[in-house]
Design a protein around this ligand. Structure first.
Ligand code: NAD
Length: 291
């Protein structure tokens, strides 16, 4: 049985860890939220009381944390992974962070003989629960091959897209498309409702045509019901749009719509929707029209 240490058992990490247990991995889980750790233990994993305990004896160490400061803290902070991980261990960070954070982790762990992959995911909570995530991987081919059983347990598609940090650039592109799609679906809903047509039937027919998307498939009902329970929090999408804009600046490309999507997400935060699902861009769009 391959031993996995898993840190970060939130909306995404909890079902991913559960799927690793189901696939036959021995998973020791740690989160600062002790209820999340207890839930993993009830689902066949082992409760770790510290990062050190999760990492001890693990052949693979995984993190699924909100943002850069959490990854820096869990990896390099006091009591962090770096102080306990053994040379030769494979470290997979599924979190969405800045490419330079992934590159820094890879460099520092490389000096310790630890193998590193950045592997941000797409597919949302439903994809994590069903084990069908899309996984965008940066790192070395041999480490990608070694991680394949993990990727098979939590995902449907995994692609090695380049060296360390490359997975994060592809994830940034993903978040641009997702944010843009939500913003336009929101405008479509406002337009249809304001025009007095049956928006539910309208979205159903859109979903079946060229405008169709996973977002229309999975989220149209909750959006029409104004149910913005996360899912994926606006605060996290705000972090991701920052990564998109930084990457565009570094690459010296002009992405005018990326700036608009970022402004919508920023507006949602400013309106107190930071903890709402990112489909709450609909609420921002409605307010623009006084609805
Ligand atoms: P979340 O906030 O639900 O979960 C993060 C978990 O990390 C929490 O349980 C928190 O307690 C834990 N944590 C934070 N700091 C910690 C620390 N120092 N020590 C131990 N545990 C700590 O976030 P999420 O929605 O699961 O997202 C995780 C990552 O996945 C983010 O980078 C996000 O951008 C990305 N992502 C999320 C989704 C989604 O739909 N939610 C989809 C794709 C990617």
């Amino acid at each position: 049985m391959t031993r996995v240490g898993f840190v970060g058992l939130g909306i995404m990490g909890a079902p991913m860890a559960r799927n690793l247990v189901k696939a036959g991995f021995a998973v020791a889980g740690y989160d600062r939220n002790t209820d999340a750790v207890a839930r993993l233990a009830a689902n066949g994993g082992t409760a770790a009381r510290s990062i050190a305990e999760a990492v001890r004896d693990a052949e693979i160490v995984i993190t699924m944390l909100p943002a850069d400061p959490h990854v820096e803290d869990v990896v390099f902070g006091p009591g962090g992974i770096a102080g306990h991980i053994e040379p030769g261990t494979l470290f997979i960070d599924f979190s969405t962070v800045k490419p330079e954070t992934s590159q820094r982790v890879a460099r520092r762990f490389g000096e310790q003989g630890v193998r590193v992959l950045d592997a941000p995911v797409s597919g949302g909570e439903a994809g994590a629960v069903d084990g069908v995530l899309s996984i965008m991987v940066g790192g070395a081919q041999a480490d990608f091959d070694a991680a394949k059983p993990v990727f098979d347990a939590v995902g449907k598609v995994a692609a090695l897209v380049g060296p360390s940090g490359a997975g994060q650039f592809v994830k940034a592109a993903n978040q641009l498309v997702v944010g843009g799609t939500y913003a336009l679906v929101a405008e479509a809903i406002v337009l249809m409702e304001a025009s007095g047509v049956d928006a539910e039937a309208g979205l159903e027919v859109l979903a079946g045509g060229l405008a169709g998307s996973r977002i229309l498939e999975l989220k149209r009902k909750s959006m029409l019901a104004r149910d913005f329970t996360p899912g994926f929090r606006i605060d996290l999408h705000h972090k991701d749009m920052g990564i998109v804009l930084d990457a565009a600046r570094q690459a010296e490309v002009a992405l005018p719509f990326a700036g608009q999507v970022a402004a919508f997400v920023q507006s949602a935060r400013a309106q107190g929707l930071g903890d709402a699902d990112h489909s709450a861009l609909l609420a921002v769009t409605e307010r623009l029209s006084g609805r």
